[in-house]
Design a protein around this ligand. Structure first.
Ligand SMILES: Cc1ncc(COP(=O)(O)O)c(C=O)c1O
Length: 208
């Protein structure tokens, strides 16, 4: 089981942290992520020594010892500068998560009365709000309205995986009706630990 934790890093499920829920947990340090570096980076988590050894070898062209290649690998080293940035930011990850949860809570409370569909969170898990995504029936109109007010939005994501050209031939058509429907309605609002209350009120005003 491989867990894609690129957006859930820092979240918990039944008291266990994301990346500790599966055989292999993967996360991304892409700049837009919760724990982002300034270029490309990522990490793999596992409790299985055999997999850890294989991952370390694959990262350096399949080398098991200097100049001995025992498997096919890639050049996947994360550069030192990105590591230094991630290590420094890791120290304030808990703060980052708490801030985002605070911002999300403010959105939840302010938008509860409007027509925007809010995502609910089950009590046995926490969310780190890599995105703050809501549902709307007329996404194009809402995006235009917010854009004209200088409020950026994004769509995460417009096409379900089984509709992607690369995978379409492997999947049955219309077998994910919910994902197809949701992909037409999702819109992500500005979210970040530095989003001020005043700026958030300005955003909410244009949503109600
Ligand atoms: C859910 C998810 N998985 C995987 C990725 C890919 O991350 P990376 O570009 O660091 O490989 C992303 C980043 O956009 C993501 O959001």
């Amino acid at each position: 089981m491989i867990e894609d934790a690129a957006q859930s890093f820092g979240a918990t499920y039944k008291g266990r942290k994301s990346c500790n829920l599966s055989t292999i947990g993967c996360t991304s340090f892409f700049p837009s992520k919760l724990l982002g570096c300034y270029g490309d980076g990522g990490a793999i988590f596992t409790n299985d020594d055999r997999i850890a050894k294989a991952c370390k070898e694959i990262r350096v062209y399949g080398q098991s010892q200097r100049y001995v290649h025992t498997r096919i690998g890639v050049g996947g080293r994360m550069d030192t500068l990105q590591c230094a940035i991630v290590l420094a930011k890791l120290e304030r990850l808990d703060w980052e998560v708490k801030q985002r949860q605070r911002v999300a809570e403010r959105y939840n409370q302010s938008l509860a009365a409007g027509n925007i569909g809010l995502l609910s969170l089950r009590p046995d898990r926490t969310c780190v709000y890599a995105q703050y995504t809501v549902l709307t029936h007329d996404r194009a109109a809402l995006q235009k309205h917010l854009n004209e007010a200088g409020i950026p939005t994004a769509v995460h994501y417009p096409m379900p995986l089984n509709e992607q050209p690369a995978y379409k031939h492997l999947c049955c058509p219309d077998c994910t009706p919910v994902a197809q429907q949701i992909a037409k309605q999702v819109i992500s609002l500005p979210m970040g630990s530095d989003l001020s209350e005043a700026h958030q009120q300005h955003i909410v005003k244009h949503l109600l």
